[in-house]
Write a protein that binds this ligand. Structure first.
Ligand SMILES: CC(C)(COP(=O)(O)OP(=O)(O)OC[C@H]1O[C@@H](n2cnc3c(N)ncnc32)[C@H](O)[C@@H]1OP(=O)(O)O)[C@@H](O)C(=O)NCCC(=O)NCCS
Length: 380
């Protein structure tokens, strides 16, 4: 008898209650703790939005000053972590490097799992240090020495500085911070669910977060923005983009950065990212990427609408081109996602421990029954 409770991939199953984030897929709305993502991207900054996600409310002036000071002061990573990153083979994927750095981070001063006070401090440590881990590994992989973080720069600005050694102007730093805000949280996606499942065993924060990094590494989760860039290299120019799209749809190829499991409207994050891409592209005298993306978006939406399907740009559609304008190498796109999403993971771990219960779904057994063991010489 098939089990009627079975939902492949847990689709549609409500696995927990949460006060952190809400998504309205039909209207294309995303909010953190009740504040719309557009409102936060327009008015907030990295530290304030991270505080909001972790603690549930916007901080007062003194709370924000205290929280920002902690994030700035804790950016440095221990030499042992840098040594660990240095020892990895040159072609190690940056997400593998990040996962091992986070796991190794758990061997220094970590608190046991399940204790909310120490977990808050540990979350701040990780949020502060993720950019340093990613930038250090990126430089080591390129045969360069890591650059120590600076406390006098914004979160995103400091990350970009640690990559290149050059301080970006504040506008680019602020735009990058907004990209991080937009990626901080998205309800029970695979990596966040992983963080909750692991933390529900009362494993420490570092172990739960490193597991989440592993989940984000998978190409069904992170990385679609990278594939959008590959797609753009196939399109010669905006003038040939429509013909290219017709060819792809004729062979039923998926258009990267389009469509979403939850959204039936344009992803609210795509609106913000598009505006930044356009702004920086205009300043630089135009962008081929932007022109191609707009042709594809218009034509694809029209074709799909005519078929009664709602396929619009998702968060990955414009982000890769925006990162390219910010001079970020494509290999860092998924690690950057992690630098942002670690905030959501930590918020969910803290929420999990407020009312913890270990996750233990069942499997519908479809294997054989009542078999009898036979010696290897008698097996057919
Ligand atoms: C995200 C994604 C997996 C969602 O898939 P889904 O839940 O099956 O999407 P829908 O149910 O809305 O699909 C409806 C129809 O539109 C088609 N469709 C969806 N996204 C499409 C895309 N990007 N390109 C072409 N066709 C697409 C589906 O194949 C389906 O066609 P069918 O009715 O003939 O079977 C899918 O849109 C996709 O692969 N997008 C490209 C990859 C990407 O950008 N991923 C990042 C997501 S944040």
């Amino acid at each position: 008898m098939p089990d009627t409770n079975f939902a492949k991939g847990l689709a549609g199953v409500i696995a927990t209650e949460s006060k952190i984030c809400t998504i309205d897929g039909d209207e294309g709305l995303l909010s953190y703790r009740g504040y719309s993502i557009q409102d936060l991207a327009a008015n907030s900054n990295f530290a304030e939005s991270a505080y909001l996600l972790l603690f549930g409310n916007l901080p007062s002036e003194s709370e924000l000053a205290d929280f920002s000071a902690k994030l700035e002061a804790r950016r440095e990573i221990r030499p042992e972590i840098i040594d660990g990153l240095r020892l990895l083979p040159a072609d190690t994927h940056p997400m593998v490097a990040l996962q091992q750095a986070v796991a190794a981070h758990g061997s220094f001063d970590a608190a046991p799992g399940g204790e909310i006070g120490p977990a808050i401090e540990r979350s701040i440590d990780l949020i502060a240090r993720f950019p340093t881990m990613v930038a250090a590994r990126a430089r080591l992989a390129a045969g360069q020495e890591p650059i120590a973080p600076r406390q006098d720069l914004g979160h995103g600005q400091n990350f970009l500085y640690m990559l290149s050694g050059e301080v970006p102007d504040t506008e680019r730093g602020d735009i990058f911070d907004d990209c991080l805000i937009l990626h901080m949280e998205h309800s029970l996606n695979a990596s966040t669910f992983t963080a909750r499942v692991v933390s529900a065993t009362l494993a420490p924060v570092d172990a739960s977060v490193s597991a989440a990094v592993g989940a984000l590494y998978g190409r069904l989760h992170g990385g679609a923005n990278e594939r959008v860039l590959h797609m753009l290299t196939e399109i010669e120019s905006a003038a040939t983009a429509e013909a290219w799209l017709d060819d792809q749809l004729a062979v039923k190829r998926k258009i990267m950065g389009m469509g979403h499991r939850v959204y039936r409207a344009k992803d609210p994050r795509a609106h913000v990212l598009e505006a930044y891409l356009k702004h920086l592209a205009d300043k630089a005298g135009g962008s081929e990427d932007y022109d191609k993306l707009k042709v594809i978006e218009r034509k694809m939406s029209a074709i799909m609408e005519a078929k009664g399907k709602q396929i619009y740009p998702n968060v990955d559609y414009f982000s890769g081109s925006l990162y390219r304008v910010l001079d970020i190498d494509v290999s860092l796109f998924t690690p950057i996602f992690a630098i942002a999403r670690v905030v959501g993971w930590c918020a969910h771990i803290l929420e999990q421990w407020e009312d913890n219960r270990i996750y233990r779904p069942r499997a519908a057994y479809t294997g054989e029954h009542n078999r009898t063991w036979a010696p290897v010489s008698e097996r057919g």
